[in-house]
Design a protein around this ligand. Structure first.
Ligand code: ATP
Ligand code: MG
Length: 238
């Protein structure tokens, strides 16, 4: 029996959309696998964030309203390795903490440092099949993105895909395209489309819902389109 495919959502930088992408990719993938909200889902979103932001989000979610299951793994990172072997589980999306416990000493072999947060991250990276690296079009998101890829993912041989998030179409395409070029220049694989910035995503996080459940509207349609396209790309690239 093949084990479930584990994607980790990771970027050293906070606020780039790791948690938002985790739950919305999980929702779209679960829907595509025909999961129903009240059954055991073949898709599990895992929060290993010791600050518990995914957990706080999960608490706001109406029970049985989601097409994927949720598991908090901050206490026991080994639980994810076990989850991969669960024959009913096909996909796992793991939301990593915003700030890596980085050891400032550049000569250190492992830049993740010490402590429980670093241990949890190492444990999950050990069993990861792929990393999804969200970044924004902000200049400040480049260095942490490069650091995450060069120091954390490449040395471990973890395949990865960069996803541009929080692009505001009202600002025009320049920043987005400049970010795409930066990614391409580095030779990093990336999703062909950016995830657009829509307030509906921010509100959804507050009210505990996901993109597949947004009330019908033009914005909801476009927001969903972004995640369907991303999920298609991820499936093709898996
Ligand atoms: N595409 C988007 N459109 C609108 N708002 C978004 C989008 N992506 C993320 N956000 C919002 O931006 C903020 C940061 O996103 P999120 O919490 O997902 O980032 P994160 O990388 O998990 O942050 P942290 O490192 O703090 O865990 C949140 O308020 C979220 O609702
Ligand atoms: Mg988060």
């Amino acid at each position: 029996m093949a084990s479930a495919h584990l994607d980790v959502l990771i970027n050293q930088k906070g606020g780039v959309g790791k948690s938002t992408l985790t739950v919305n990719i999980a929702a779209v993938v679960a829907e595509n696998l025909g999961a129903v909200p009240d059954g055991n889902s073949p898709v599990v979103a895992v929060g290993i964030d010791p600050q518990g932001s995914t957990e706080k989000w999960a608490e706001r979610v109406e029970e049985d309203a989601l097409p994927f299951d949720y598991m908090a793994a901050s206490e026991d990172p080994g639980a994810v390795a076990e989850l991969k072997q669960d024959p009913e589980v096909r996909r796992i999306l793991a939301d990593c903490p915003g700030f890596l416990d980085v050891n400032g000493n550049a000569s250190t072999r492992d830049p993740l440092g010490a402590g429980p947060a670093a241990d949890a991250l190492r444990a999950i990276l050990d069993v990861a099949d792929r990393a999804i690296v969200p970044m924004t079009t902000e200049f400040l998101s480049r260095e942490p993105t490069e650091y995450t890829i060069e120091r954390v993912l490449k040395p471990r041989g973890i395949p990865f895909v960069v996803v541009v998030n929080l692009w505001d179409p009202r600002d025009g395409t320049d920043d987005r395209d400049e970010t795409f070029r930066w990614i391409d220049r580095h030779g990093y694989p990336r999703a062909p489309h950016a995830i657009r910035r829509y307030k509906i995503h921010t509100h959804a996080a507050e009210s505990g819902t996901v993109v597949t459940r947004y009330k019908e509207s033009g914005t909801a349609y476009r927001a969903r389109e972004d995640f369907y396209r991303l999920a298609l790309h991820l499936n093709g690239a898996a």
